[in-house]
Design a protein around this ligand. Structure first.
Ligand SMILES: [Zn+2]
Length: 145
């Protein structure tokens, strides 16, 4: 270090009270280490905190601590599926429904009719041989072609 620091010297460091990097007067040193400083702005005396990157400083201060937003009550996936199905129902033409056959190939949004689950809409095609179908009772994963 070219500049000799000593008690009484001014140094730029973070003031925990002002929450910013400000001029401080060195109050106490141990050897070459600054121990305590006095903020020139608020005159608060506090431990010397070496200036860190803003992110580190924030982390140290806990400023980035995320206040977890209280989660909304969980949506029942089954209820959500039923609601979705009900919404899609008007667009379903049962005459156009493809009877479910596990050897058949289905495409996204295909309407199919399943012997147990009834009418369903293909919501996801999982290569090579599975489909997710939304039925009135919820989403089912079925085999296909
Ligand atoms: Zn201060």
């Amino acid at each position: 270090m070219s500049t000799q620091l000593s008690a009484g010297s001014t140094i730029e460091t973070r003031c925990t009270r002002c929450n910013g990097v400000l001029n401080h007067t060195i109050v106490a040193m141990v050897g070459e280490k600054i121990v305590r400083v006095e903020c020139s702005t608020c005159h608060g005396v506090h431990a010397y905190h070496p200036v860190k990157t803003p992110r580190e400083a924030a982390a140290a201060k806990g400023a980035t601590k995320k206040t977890a937003a209280p989660r909304k009550t969980k949506v029942d996936p089954e209820a959500a599926a039923r609601a979705e199905w009900a919404e899609l129902l008007p667009g379903m033409d049962s005459a156009q429904a493809i009877p479910y056959d596990m050897t058949r190939v289905y495409r996204l949004k295909n309407l199919l009719s399943h012997p147990n689950f009834g009418l369903g809409i293909v919501q996801l095609v999982i290569v090579p041989n599975k489909i997710d179908v939304l039925f009135q009772d919820g989403k089912k994963r079925l085999r296909c072609g």
